[in-house]
Design a binder for this molecule. Structure first.
Ligand code: NDP
Length: 455
């Protein structure tokens, strides 16, 4: 039996689900294929379970703070990784079912479980069944990578960490991007002894220098061992763990045993076994599918978006790309995705929120800037005497008064910077920030009350 669709989407993650249901809402006949689980990386083994783990980790810190607020808990609080994992799995199962039964099916999208492969510009093989479509959208995401060193297979990536059975007493997290920094905080907060090692001088390359320094100090205060300038040489199985051989500053090789190692050294687009070469879909120099402004690949009628095009690896970006794709190709309203001023949060401990340019980026782009900076302890942490400070920083263009960058380290970063992202997208000036009456007492009010430039 052969099937024909107006649009066939390969990949049931954030971008694919959004594109298929929005296209179906225009009356198009839409089918979607997923080889693993509905929801993709974000829902199944990314943002969502990570955030649940992050909440669990914060509960541990809050338990330490209770005495400062007059509460006492009977006995010593204890943590059960197995129970957290089971609760997480139950919630992910629920969300997967919501995607399948409450989102895609009611939207009129035909769901196919299986592995799809391009066999022509308008044809797909789905486990032996041929499907044709006027338009094909590839939204298959990416996968975490391991470094090509001896014993690399002994390390987990984030995929395996989400299924880890036994909680480790000690753990090496290698890398200093989003995933490394987030999991270092989560695992330390849940009770592991975490070392965060990376090759660079500081964590979170590309973020504002003050933010990087502040987060580093806060993580050290929380007990994470930070090892910059560290190169991994090899991993080997050792009694009850993994022996890690590494070099710091290019010095002599050292080794240390850890119960577990997490490699968080970047993600690559899923471009294998899709039939791309056979059909002539071109990849760019990063190994991602090359697309034009309207997500069309080098083959007319075949489109791609999300992590597989590797523009900005963030779920809300994939969702935005999917909306632009549907507006352009199904609603007759062609438009480009706007990648400017994308706010982002790192769910580290403490968390980080950033919008716009870092101080260095602003200077490199030729802006003369005024810097507003404030550090201090959140009110919430005073009675428990928690050794954690916030950082707030604004990078302001001296000539136009426009706020070019906003950087925050502290509790609830994602919640705080989301609202400011609207103002910054609208081009808010420092005068607009000053004219905004703060909400007292909050942490975020500091962002509208800084009056004296630091530099
Ligand atoms: P990132 O690209 O953020 O970081 C990769 C890390 O791996 C960097 O520290 C990099 O070091 C290091 N690295 C890369 N190659 C090597 C190498 N050969 N040797 C040593 N170190 C190496 O990737 P992640 O895996 O952390 O995350 C992938 C993407 O997922 C992120 O970019 C982000 O867009 C997204 N994400 C977003 C989250 C959020 O929104 N909160 C959460 C998690 C992921 P160096 O800096 O020196 O290059």
């Amino acid at each position: 039996m052969s099937l024909h669709y107006d649009l066939f989407v390969i990949g049931g993650g954030s971008g694919g689900v959004r594109a298929s249901r929005m296209a179906a809402a225009t009356g198009a006949k839409v089918g979607i294929a997923e080889s693993y689980r509905w929801g993709g990386t974000c829902v199944i083994r990314g943002c969502v379970p990570k955030k649940l783990f992050s909440y669990a980790s914060h509960v541990g810190e809050d338990l330490h703070d209770v005495a400062g607020y007059g509460w006492s808990l009977g006995g010593t609080p204890s943590f059960d990784w197995g129970k957290l994992m089971a609760a997480k799995n139950k919630e992910i199962d629920r969300l997967e079912s919501v995607y399948e039964n409450n989102v895609l099916a009611p939207a009129g999208v035909a769901l196919h479980r299986g592995t799809a492969k391009l066999i022509g510009p308008n044809s797909i093989d789905l486990d032996g069944q041929t499907i044709t479509a006027d338009k094909i959208l590839i939204a298959v995401g990416g996968h975490p990578t391991r470094l090509p060193i001896p014993g690399a297979e002994l390390a987990m990536t984030s995929n395996e960490l989400f299924e880890l059975q036994d909680f480790p007493d000690s753990m090496l997290v290698y890398g200093s991007g989003y995933i490394a920094v987030e999991f270092a905080g989560i695992m330390q907060g849940l009770g592991a002894d975490v070392t965060l090692a990376f090759r660079a001088d500081k964590m979170l390359r590309g973020f504002d220098e003050d933010l990087r320094d502040h987060l580093t100090q806060m993580m050290i205060n929380k007990g994470v061992t930070i090892r910059p300038y560290t190169t991994l040489e090899s991993l080997a199985q050792a009694a009850g763990g993994i022996e890690v051989a590494w070099q710091e500053h290019g010095d002599a090789l050292e080794s240390q045993r850890f119960d577990q190692v997490l490699m968080a050294t970047g993600r690559r687009p899923n471009t294998h076994n899709l039939g791309l070469e056979a059909v002539g879909v071109a990849l760019n120099d990063k190994g991602a599918i090359e697309v034009d402004h309207h997500f069309e690949t080098s083959v007319p009628g075949i489109y791609a978006l999300g992590d597989v095009i590797d523009r900005v690896q963030l779920t809300p970006v994939a969702l935005g790309e999917a909306m632009a794709f549907v507006d352009t190709h199904f609603k007759g309203k062609p438009r480009r995705m706007d990648y400017a001023t994308i706010a982002t949060a790192v769910f580290s401990d403490p968390s980080v929120g950033t919008i716009g340019l870092s101080e260095d980026e602003a200077r490199a782009q030729g802006y003369e800037v005024e810097i507003y900076r404030s550090t201090g302890r959140a009110m919430k942490y005073i009675l428990p005497d928690r050794n954690e400070k916030m950082l707030m920083k604004l990078v302001v263009c001296k000539e136009t008064d426009r706020v070019l960058g906003l950087h925050y380290v502290g509790p609830d970063a994602g919640e705080i910077v989301q609202g400011f992202a609207v103002a910054m997208k609208m081009g808010a000036s420092k005068a607009d920030f000053d004219a905004t009456v703060g909400i007292h007492p909050t942490a975020a009010e500091e962002l509208v009350t800084m009056r004296t430039p630091a530099a």
